[in-house]
Design a protein around this ligand. Structure first.
Ligand SMILES: Nc1nc2c(ncn2[C@@H]2O[C@H](COP(=O)(O)OP(=O)(O)OP(=O)(O)O)[C@@H](O)[C@H]2O)c(=O)[nH]1
Ligand SMILES: [Mg+2]
Length: 192
């Protein structure tokens, strides 16, 4: 898949009013600060398209990006951020699970897992939930550039042992763009 155009489309704070044009949606989910927005910018080769931050909890809305005029990349708020209040966390949780459960346009969920902490309970729960909802999902191990060689092998073994339902597992560095071609090819397969 070759991305020729990538534009911010719209942000939504609820499931009401999401686009109804039937374009397939590729959704990026994962813990807060795992690198979802950075991955999106790296894939689209557009720095600053999605807002990133070293502080968790940056993305607070459902953000739609129109890709090549024929599909959407969707950037979601992260889960597992302890510092937001309980009420806010619950409302994000409901938005996230409601979106994944109800949105029939979802063609693929890309679940981002921090390669330094593979196999966390919250990520395993998300995999179970995606499977329960019948959503095809693949895994991206983020921040791959931060790992030493021995850690890389260990991270792969750990994620492979707990992600048997994943359609693919890609090691990714948004800094260098390594993993980009492989991930774009996988996305292509699911967005037809
Ligand atoms: N070294 C390295 N840093 C990364 C990579 N991807 C993301 N980061 C950094 O991780 C931090 C969080 O990145 P974001 O893309 O904002 O994470 P997010 O998942 O969108 O976070 P929320 O919107 O808060 O849920 C930023 O400081 C990024 O620069 C990567 O591949 N390598
Ligand atoms: Mg974000």
């Amino acid at each position: 898949m070759n991305i020729t155009t990538a534009d911010f489309f719209c942000s939504y704070s609820s499931l009401n009013g999401l686009p109804s044009d039937g374009r397939p949606e590729i959704v990026f989910v994962g813990r807060s600060n795992v690198g979802k927005s950075s991955l999106l910018n790296s894939l689209c080769a557009r720095r600053g398209l999605a807002k990133t931050s070293s502080t968790p909890g940056k993305t607070r809305l459902i953000n739609y990006f129109l890709i090549n005029d024929n599909l959407y990349f969707v950037d979601l708020p992260g889960y597992g951020y302890a510092k937001v209040g309980q009420g806010e966390r619950e409302s994000w949780g409901k938005l996230l699970t409601g979106y994944i459960q109800k949105r029939t346009e979802i063609a693929l969920v890309v679940l981002l897992v921090d390669s330094r902490h593979p196999g966390m309970a919250s990520d395993r729960e998300m995999m179970e939930f995606l499977d329960y909802c019948g959503r095809p999902f693949g895994i991206v191990l983020t921040k791959w550039d931060k790992l030493k060689q021995a850690e890389k092998s260990k991270a792969r073994r750990t994620i492979e042992s707990c992600a048997s339902k994943a359609k693919f597992i890609v090691n990714y560095s948004s800094l260098s763009g390594s993993g980009r071609d492989g991930l774009l090819a996988s996305i292509d397969t699911f967005s037809q």
